[in-house]
Each structure stands twice: as C-alpha cells, then as structure tokens.
Design a protein around this ligand. Structure first.
Ligand code: E4P
Length: 223
C-alpha cells in the first residue's frame, strides 16, 4: 500500500518527502483554504496554480487537485486546466451525477480522475464504470457517524477484485495510525493521511527507549 499525505501544506510535504516513503498527495478545497487563510493571502488563480505546481514538485508522485465547479461542463473545463498544470496532477471530482459525467469526459481524454466523497460500494462501482483511475472512500467520516469505515473499505476492495475493475482504492479520511494498518490489511492500494498521522506511524516509545539505552551503553565503552 502506498502512503500519501492529505494536505496542501508545502512544509508538511517537504518534511515527509525527505523520508523517502511518500507516494503522492491529495488535496481538497478545505485543505487549500486552510493554507491560504493561515498565510493571510487572498487566493487567486495564479497563486493556486503556482501552489499546486509546487506541491507536485515536492510530492514526486500523483497529486489530487479537486475541482470546485458543480456542473459537468464546468468541471471538465476546470479539470483540463488543473491537469495541464503538471503531469502529476490527478483531477479530483465529487461523486455526483455531474461528477460522473465529467469523469467520463476527462478520462476519455486520458486525464486521470480520483472520485472523492465515496460512502458506498455502489458509488465506487459507478465511479469505476465512469472511467475513474482512483476511488476515495472516506473511512473516518463513516466512523464519525457510528458506522463502519473499515467495512466500507472491505466491500469496495472485494468488489473491485471480484469484478476485476481497473481502478485503485485510496483509503481517505484517515484519523489515526490504526486506520492505516486496517487499510493495508484490507488491501487498499493507497492510504492518504494528515501529517500528524504520518508522523504517528513512526512513533513507538520502545523504539525511543531502546535507542536511548543503546547510546548510553555505547558511551561507556566507545573507542
Ligand atoms: C480525501 O482525499 C480527502 O481530502 C480527505 O481524506 C478528507 O478527510 P477528512 O474527513 O479528514 O476531511
């Protein structure tokens, strides 16, 4: 399973990319808005384009950039503009009627699409039939309403295998490291997670303690 960062923050991407384990990045309008609000910068088309290009350069792999249009033709036009920014761009579309139409049109042009806001296996099936390269089931938001995000992911992964559908599954809306392990065991192709969860994957108190002891013992005898 590949590991993606779910962020639009350049520093977060730079830090994790340096570990050598980053497969790609996913963004959404909320994440982009957070970065520009924090900078106190007004978002313009030019600034957004430059920011997305910078993410692509740092990520070194697929970068999902989400459209904000809601009508199919406008989604297609926005998607084409986004895809033209950088070869790493994957156009992210909401799983709606208009999103399906736009997915069909963009994928027919060879533009990769990530269908987002997926909360059922049937939505994933529709997205795959519309030519999506990726589907993004939202684990955490399902768990948030006391349903089972893991079960949603299990159904989607199994359905794609049984039906032999040419689409990759991105486990999204990851809230904690355990979600990442579960996604890997369930056969997700990719898990996309916030920076804090990425950092938490590495942390273990026994690793820190073990290293401290090794260094203390070494200090006593080192040449
Ligand atoms: C998917 O790509 C989304 O950006 C993301 O995972 C949403 O997660 P959230 O529920 O933490 O907002």
């Amino acid at each position: 399973m590949e590991l993606y960062l779910d962020t639009a923050d350049l520093e977060e991407i730079r830090e994790i990319a340096a570990w050598g384990v980053l497969g790609g990045v996913t963004t959404n309008p909320t994440l982009v808005a957070k970065v520009f609000s924090a900078k106190g910068e007004r978002l313009t088309e030019e600034r957004l384009s430059a920011h997305l290009k910078a993410i692509c350069e740092l990520a070194g792999g697929p970068v999902s950039a989400e459209v904000t249009a809601l009508e199919a033709q406008a989604m297609v036009e926005e998607g084409r503009r986004l895809a033209a920014l950088h070869p790493h761009i994957v156009v992210k579309l909401p799983t709606t009627e208009e999103g399906l139409k736009a997915c069909r049109a963009l994928s027919a042009e060879g533009i990769r699409v990530n269908m987002t806001l997926i909360f059922s296996a049937n939505q994933a099936l529709l997205a795959a039939r519309a030519g999506a390269s990726y589907v993004s089931p939202f684990l955490g938001r399902v768990d948030d309403i006391s349903w089972d995000g893991g079960e949603l992911l299990r159904e989607i992964v199994e359905m794609i295998q049984v039906q032999d559908l040419p689409v990759r599954v991105i486990a999204a809306s990851i809230r904690h490291p355990r979600h990442v392990t579960e996604a890997a065991l369930l056969g997700a192709d990719i898990a996309t997670m916030p920076h804090a969860v990425f950092k938490a994957l590495l942390k273990h108190p026994l690793t820190d303690l073990g290293l401290k002891r090794f260094m203390e013992d070494w200090e006593k005898v080192k040449p």
